[in-house]
Ligand binder design. Structure first.
Ligand code: FAE
Length: 541
């Protein structure tokens, strides 16, 4: 099975075993445990298998479901359309660097689609070979939705910012969920399992790699904005060693968007390591679920096995007593909307596909004065936020621009309060699912972000950068990193994610959340999944 994975990745490199022995920290100690466990985890599901539980997707929701089911004694089969990301490429690294994207970087594209598309007037995108790479820039009519592809889902590509919303705003996020339970039990559980931690403030204040964030903090404070350290899942001791030059660099060479080779605790190092150690879970990478339909004893789950060109090379159908949709907000919504419309799951209710939001994401940059250099060396892991939620409806992260040169730019991703929600629908003529988002809806988010940055610019005598998202374009209003909703809790499902109309089907990912988490979403997705699976295991198994 090692052989298959090496072929899947399309690169020649050291064998998986040699690689693990050399860099055990990448997969975590648990992955090194018994050969039987490793073998089981990497054998894809067999055609015509009859199994107790299938989990579609291996992101946060899917991993929580698989781990807790396995710990309760259930054999689980995880199906993942992306690659395993456990085999190094020709350069000896599993993941490509942000500054040098290659075929590993994008899901089935022949040209990169970088969120920051331009710099100083020059377009940055370049040709790459089509490949089942790690970052999907999925285009809908009014918005590009960035998502992770592979075993570990969004955790492979995200910034690792692990933020629990302030309790006073939780009613805006999940009004149907008991806040006491979340803040006493499930948020702490999620934070502990994910390995969330805070930067050492004393180190932050002196290290070269956070000069950009200190400039951001100074400007925010001079304009009177509350400023917070944002917890992350990066291994802070590892980053200190990177800075000291004693270990291979990851955050300090700009790795992030296309994967981190070392210090980030993606799901590969947290939940997935524990999942493998149970010995009860198989994971089938490069398998895309295309249908789920009722049958005797549960549901027929049909999937296509893909090659690294994205072409189907086999079709498999398995029977599962229970099916957990964890394909992410977009993946789960697309499946459910299609399956309802085409009659495979006719009893799903009319809430399926509704309530989708972008978490109010909008990006911008500011041009600083020459005396406010942001530094050549920038840690790719953001760790500071400007909290103007109460006054202006915006929470802005001071994000890096890890170009390796001095840019005199401050760059921000804002999460904003927006009422706009879109709907997925089945386009029978085109045979695909559409989303009716409108780019103009981002104006609310721009206005919210301006509540922070207009004031800072006025105070500092600075201006917005207009060269990062096109030619003379100030706002990154064409994208989101944080898709949420499409199968809203207590609407498309009951209060624990059981889909209405089809017993034994569950939703357990970001599609349950009605469009906003006020802050970055993965801690809330994880905590909600922990809450729901506990109930489901107690009541339904
Ligand atoms: P997700 O992690 O997307 O997992 C779904 C999985 O299902 C994926 O692996 C898919 O490949 C797979 N899949 C989809 N369809 C199918 C199918 N038909 N068959 C089989 N498999 C399928 O879902 N959030 C934060 O909290 N902090 C951050 O710093 C942060 N930064 C981000 C930066 C970037 C560039 C991006 C793209 C996202 C970022 N996010 C961040 C968002 C976060 O990663 C996202 O909310 C979660 O990953 C969503 O978790 P889910 O479990 O819903």
């Amino acid at each position: 099975m090692t052989h298959t994975m090496t072929c899947d990745n399309g690169f020649k490199g050291p064998s998986r075993r040699t690689f693990i022995a050399g860099t055990g920290s990448i997969l975590g100690a648990a992955a090194l445990g018994g050969a039987a466990t490793a073998a089981r985890a990497s054998t894809p599901i067999a055609d015509a298998a009859v199994v107790p539980a299938v989990v579609i997707g291996t992101g946060y929701g899917g991993c929580v479901a698989a781990l807790r089911l396995a710990q309760a004694g259930v054999d689980v089969h995880m199906i993942e359309m992306g690659m395993a990301w456990d085999t190094p490429g020709q350069d000896g690294k599993i993941f490509a660097n942000t500054t040098t994207p290659d075929q590993r970087s994008y899901w089935l594209r022949t040209k990169t689609k970088q969120p920051l598309s331009n710099f100083l007037g020059f377009p940055l995108d370049k040709a790459i070979p089509r490949y089942t790479g790690i970052l999907d820039a999925e285009e809908f009519a009014g918005i590009t939705v960035y998502q992770g592809r592979g075993v570990g889902g969004g955790s492979l590509v995200n910034g690792g910012m692990a933020v629990t919303p302030k309790r006073e705003y939780f009613g805006d996020v999940l009004p149907m969920v008991n806040a006491d339970e979340m803040y006493n039990v499930y948020y702490p559980r999620a934070n502990a399992e994910l390995g969330v931690g805070l930067v050492d403030p004393a180190w932050f204040d002196t290290t070269e790699c956070y000069q950009y964030a200190r400039v951001g903090r100074k400007h925010a404070q001079r304009s009177g904005f509350p400023f917070v350290f944002v917890p992350t899942v990066y291994d802070w001791d590892y980053m200190k060693q990177e800075a000291a030059g004693t270990v291979p660099k990851s955050a300090l060479v700009g790795e992030i968007l296309y994967g981190n080779n070392h210090g980030k605790k993606s799901l590969q190092k947290s939940y997935l390591a524990k999942i493998r150690a149970t010995g009860r879970v198989t994971i089938s990478p490069l398998h895309r679920v295309v249908s789920v339909a009722p049958t005797t004893g549960g549901y027929t789950v049909t999937m296509e096995q893909l090659n690294t060109n994205g072409d189907p090379i086999a079709t498999k159908s398995v029977t599962a007593a229970k099916v957990f949709f964890a394909a992410g907000s977009v993946g789960t919504s697309k499946l459910l909307v299609k399956l309802k419309a085409t009659g495979a799951l006719p009893n799903l209710n009319g809430e399926v596909g509704r309530g989708w939001g972008d978490n109010g994401n909008v990006m911008c940059g500011r041009a600083n004065h020459m005396w406010d250099a942001t530094g050549k060396l920038q840690s790719s892991i953001p760790t500071l936020g400007i909290d103007n939620w109460a006054a202006g409806g915006a929470f802005a992260e001071v994000a890096p621009l890890p170009t390796g040169i001095e840019t005199y730019a401050s760059f921000y991703l804002s999460i904003t309060k927006t009422p706009n929600r879109a709907q997925f629908s089945w386009n029978a003529a085109a045979g695909k699912v559409d989303l009716n988002w409108q780019t103009a809806w981002k104006q609310v988010s721009i206005n919210a972000a301006k509540s922070i940055f207009d004031k800072i610019n006025a105070k500092e005598g600075t201006i917005y950068r207009t060269d990062l998202f096109g030619v003379y374009k100030t706002w990154g209003d064409h994208l989101t990193y944080h898709p949420l909703g499409g199968a809203i809790l207590n609407k498309a499902t009951d209060n624990y994610g059981r889909l209405h109309g089809h017993p034994g089907l569950y939703v357990i990912d970001g599609s349950l959340i009605p469009g906003s988490t006020v802050v970055n979403p993965f801690v809330t997705i994880t905590a909600l999944a922990e809450r729901n699976i506990e109930k489901i295991i107690a009541a339904d198994l």
